[in-house]
Structure formats: C-alpha cells, structure tokens
Design a protein around this ligand. Structure first.
Ligand code: GLN
Length: 410
C-alpha cells in the first residue's frame, strides 16, 4: 500500500521521468523531456572547474554567493529597469523548480487560492498542494487558423479574459487569492504572453491585491523577438512591488543538470522565499554558483549560437510534423512544439494523447510528451502532443526519419 502523503499521492511519477525511462527502454530518440543533448559553453564549465580547484568547496551562503547575486541583480535591473538590491532582493535556489516550491511554501497559508494557467508545468500543481493552497485553473485553448499555404495551424493558445477574472474571485467567502503563477515564455505551448495579456493579469493582481510568481526560465529563448518579445511581468504598472521573478541558468546556457535558479523581487517577498529555502536545500553547490556568475556576465558569448541551433531544430521539426499531418503550433519561444495529433492518430487507429505517445514510441522509436498531464481538465489536452527540439541537428534529423513510419498524410 502506498505510504505517500495525501497531498502528493494524486500526482504519481512525473511524466518526464516516465517518458525518459520509456525512451531508454525502446532505444527511442528522446524528444520528450526538455533537456539539450549538447553541452553548455566551455568557458562556463571551465569556470566551474576552476572554482572546484581554487575556491572553497564548502556551503555557499544561504541566500547565494554574493558574486552571483550581484550578477543576477544587475541582469534583472538591465532587463526590467526595476532596481534590485543583491543583498535583500535575490535568493539563489536549486533550479527554478525549488524557487517555485519555496515561494509557495513561504508565501501561502492553507486555503489560499493560487491561479494557474493550464496547461501548467507539472510541479506547479504539486507545489500548490504541498503548501495546502487551492489551485484555480484558467485554460489556454488552441486557436486554429489557415496558414500561408492553406494548411491548418495552431495560431496561438489563448485564455478567456472572463475566465481569468472569475478565477480571481474566491470560492469561499473570506478566502484570498494569494497569487497567480505565470510562465512566459510558456511550457508546454511555446506561447509568449503579449503585453495586452499581461496587462489583464496585472490589473487583476492589483485589484485583488494578489502576488504574481513569474517563471521566466525561457526568457532568452525567443524566435520572433520583434513581434513576440519577452515582457517581464514585473515591468507592468503596479507589478514590481508584487511580483517574484523566477529564472535559472539551465535553459539559457544548456546546463539543466546544474540546477542553479533564483528568485528576484521585493525584499519582503524574497524574505519569505528565503524562509522556506533555508530549510529545503539551504544552499546551492558553491562551484556552480561561481560559474553561474561568470555565465551571466558573459551571456552574449552563449545565447546567439544556442538560438541559431534551436531555430533550425524548430523549423525542421515543425515542417516535418506538418508534412505528416500534424496541426502545428510554431512557437515564438521555449524549445517545445505543441501540435494537434488527431489526424495522425486517427490514421493509426488510436485516440488520445497517452495512447498516441505510446504508439509513437513503439512504432517510430520517438518519445514525446502527452500534454493532458499538464491539465486539471485533462480532456483539454488529449488532442495535443509536445515535442522538444533542444537537440542536435543529427538527433532531430534521426527523429524526423523515424517519424516517417507514421505514413503519408492522406
Ligand atoms: N522542464 C523540462 C521539460 O519540460 C523537464 C524538467 C524535468 O524533467 N523535471 O521537459
């Protein structure tokens, strides 16, 4: 019999662990779990090696190494125009995942309501549960359109402003909407929230005196910065004083295994995150923090090459999927493509995203993610499938070759 607590037992094993295990079992090309199959820049790895050899390898200060906090604060101020005191307004965490957990645990009382967009990154809902808070869901729904050559596309994933407003009205009288958790650019859809959308979120936060937790780990992974720029939520009117901005090293520098993340925001909010962080992990590996400080001050040496690789992967995979009969969303950000698989799965005689990804792994030896696990109302996600394209060109090409076993579009 399971010994797992009531709070956590509904969530089972994360889909990323499950799919990566299946990918190994089937010797599949892993386009499921979002991690690069190439390494981060040599100069950052060298900085970590130097730190191991030449710096103390003992606990870092609980809030983070001063040099790294300084780099994070300077970068945040440059990105947002919002002043940031590295001593009081930054905390370094074990990846953004710990920042989300520590923010929930540090800021929520049992019964507080937290607004989540669905699909959501799977840890959000578990963190809300661990904090004893109550999730309120706002769906992002695919909007279909005809593309330039008449092919169907998913143009965007949109929320209904009325549904968003309703989610801020508490279920119980006397309860409070404590926070909204925003993720832009958004995993799994690849959506980059527009200024107008963020303004609606901001207005509701101000009206209901709610906080915002903004997971911006994909902030640099943008393909159409002219038309779909990343807008930090903290830059919207009234938001700097109520937003915790969460980010990490992993996505920007292809160092997901380092698990270096952070939270930045007003002193009182950061104090609450630190209150939880000190008892969750206490501190983050010291040498990696030294190297992270180097990475953040030399971003220009890393990001353009990564973006070029990702753009090629995105375009190759999107084109191939479309040719196979998927209705594709070409993402403006992140390294994920969400596509409607229903025409393809109908051809194969399977229905639903779970059955489809199992068929895909068996028939093609390609692993993908079934997005229904990212929804409270799972029916909203069953027509979709998520592919990660943060992979070398050879890996994407091999994946595309194997996908041909799905047969021609008819
Ligand atoms: N963020 C990655 C993804 O969405 C997975 C992270 C993890 O495996 N925990 O695929």
């Amino acid at each position: 019999m399971s010994q797992t607590s009531r709070a956590l037992s509904p969530f089972g094993t994360t889909i990323f662990a499950t799919m990566s295990r299946l990918a190994l079992e089937h010797d599949a090309v892993n386009l499921a779990q979002g991690f690069p199959d190439f390494d981060g820049p040599a100069f950052i790895k060298q900085a970590a090696k130097d730190a191991i050899d030449h710096q103390p390898n003992q606990y870092a200060p609980m809030p983070g190494l001063p040099a790294l906090r300084k780099a994070i604060a300077a970068r945040f101020a440059a990105d947002t125009g919002v002043a940031c005191d590295p001593d009081a307004q930054v905390v370094v965490t074990s990846g953004c995942t710990e920042a989300v957990a520590a923010a929930m645990l540090g800021l929520c009382e049992p019964g507080d309501e937290v607004v989540l967009f669905e699909p959501f990154y799977d840890s959000y809902r578990a963190c809300v549960a661990m904090a004893g808070a109550v999730p309120r869901y706002v769906p992002l729904r695919p909007r279909y359109e005809s593309g330039p050559n008449g092919q169907r596309r998913i143009a965007s994933f949109d929320f209904d402003p009325a549904e968003l407003a309703a989610a801020f009205v508490t279920l119980r009288a006397g309860a409070r909407t404590r926070a909204v958790l925003v993720n832009t650019p958004h995993n799994p859809t690849g959506k980059v929230f527009s200024r107008a959308e963020l303004a609606q979120i901001a207005a509701l936060c101000v009206r209901h005196n709610a906080l915002a937790l903004s997971d911006e780990v994909y902030e640099r992974l943008l393909f159409e910065p002219g038309t779909h720029p990343h807008i930090p939520l903290a830059t919207l009117p009234g938001m700097a004083e109520r937003t915790l901005t969460l980010s990490s090293l992993g996505k920007t520098f292809s160092l997901t295994g380092w698990k270096v993340g952070w939270a930045v925001g007003p002193e009182v909010l950061v104090a609450a995150v630190r209150a939880a962080h000190q008892f969750l992990t206490f501190s983050v590996p010291t040498p990696l923090q030294h190297a992270a400080a180097v990475a953040l001050t030399r971003e220009g040496e890393a990001v353009p090459a990564l973006l070029a690789t990702l753009r090629e992967g995105r375009d190759a995979l999107a084109g191939a999927l479309e040719a196979l009969g998927f209705v594709v969303h070409v993402p403006a950000g992140t390294y994920f493509i969400c596509a409607d698989h229903t025409a393809v799965s109908a051809r194969l005689g399977v229905s639903g995203d779970q059955a489809f990804v199992l068929e895909l792994i068996k028939r093609c030896r390609v692993a993908a993610i079934p997005p229904s696990v990212f929804y409270n109302d799972t029916s909203l996600g069953t027509s979709l499938v998520r592919f990660a394209f943060c992979k070398r060109a050879e890996t994407i090409a091999e994946g595309i070759k194997r996908l041909q076993a799905l047969g021609d579009r008819r």
